[in-house]
Design a protein around this ligand. Structure first.
Ligand SMILES: N[C@@H](CCC(=O)N[C@@H](CS)C(=O)NCC(=O)O)C(=O)O
Length: 264
């Protein structure tokens, strides 16, 4: 039986954080969702499902304007918004549907806690767990600026300001990861694979969206952030990303996702 239900657009590397951790911990997840353009015709709820025409008519009162990444109206139930006050996906629920878990890093933490004892992905004590939290917090800062950039690329509205913020966030995050790996311990937060590595791989995979927008960047006189120079500037981080992508727990999610953007 699944111990967590997650609703999202698919594929989504942020949901891959949870599915990778679940593979490693032996936790069973239920994933519901569809490609991003189809979620406007889905019920955003614990019982998420594609809506029939009749249901859409009956649920007009649930229609809300999308805020981030969605320009269409979305059918979010009151129960969904009670469980997920920020109204975003990925959206996870406990088996009763009463407890909503939001933010992909916290959904990732939930999987690790549910699989506790099998693989110590979330540290071995308060200190190591908190160090992992630090990497997850740093990744969220990276993710915030790069989300705005990737969404603007998709909408063909990228500006020099958004590009500069993404470049700054990218360099700052990758520099920290590079320094962490320079200890030689083998993984980002220490000597074993942790949530910090899973989050890093998923967020960097997501950033590969930039690759299909090189034409737009060129027309705007902007250089790709994810350029050939990244491997030279951040060699440890880049090699670690390559190793993680090939890892048996990561590959089922990350490899097909990256294939859509060409080889990394
Ligand atoms: N930092 C969040 C990002 C979640 C997020 O912003 N989701 C957007 C899609 S990219 C969303 O659900 N938007 C709903 C809306 O526009 O109403 C995470 O990692 O889970």
């Amino acid at each position: 039986m699944s111990v967590l239900r997650i609703f999202s657009y698919l594929p989504n590397p942020r949901i891959a954080k949870a599915t990778i951790a679940a593979r490693l911990c032996g936790v069973s997840l239920e994933v519901r969702g569809a490609p991003v353009q189809e979620l406007q015709d889905w019920l955003w709820d614990f019982d998420a499902h594609p809506l029939s025409v009749e249901e859409r008519d009956a649920l007009r009162h649930c229609v809300r304007t999308g805020r981030t990444g969605f320009t269409s109206a979305l059918y979010k139930t009151d129960a969904f918004l009670a469980a997920h006050p920020f109204g975003a996906v990925p959206a996870a629920f406990d088996p009763s549907g009463q407890t909503g878990i939001f933010e992909s890093n916290s959904i990732l933490r939930a999987v690790a806690r549910l699989g506790d004892g099998r693989v110590p992905l979330y540290g071995s004590d308060a200190y190591s767990a908190s160090r992992i939290d630090g990497f997850l917090d740093a990744s969220l800062l990276f993710a915030r600026d790069t989300q705005l950039y990737v969404l603007a690329l998709r909408a063909e509205t990228v500006s020099a300001g958004l590009h500069a913020a993404a470049q700054q966030a990218f360099t700052s995050y990758l520099s920290g990861i590079e320094r962490a790996l320079a200890s030689g311990a083998g993984f980002i937060a220490g000597g074993t694979l942790s949530l910090a590595d899973i989050c890093f791989a998923a967020e960097l995979a997501l950033f590969h969206n930039e690759r299909v927008h090189h034409g737009q960047l060129h027309r705007a006189g902007l250089a790709p952030v994810l350029s050939d120079g990244v491997a030279a500037e951040h060699p440890l981080a880049w090699a670690h990303f390559g190793r993680l992508c090939a890892h048996e727990a990561f590959a089922p999610d990350i490899e097909p996702y990256l294939e859509a953007f060409g080889k990394h």
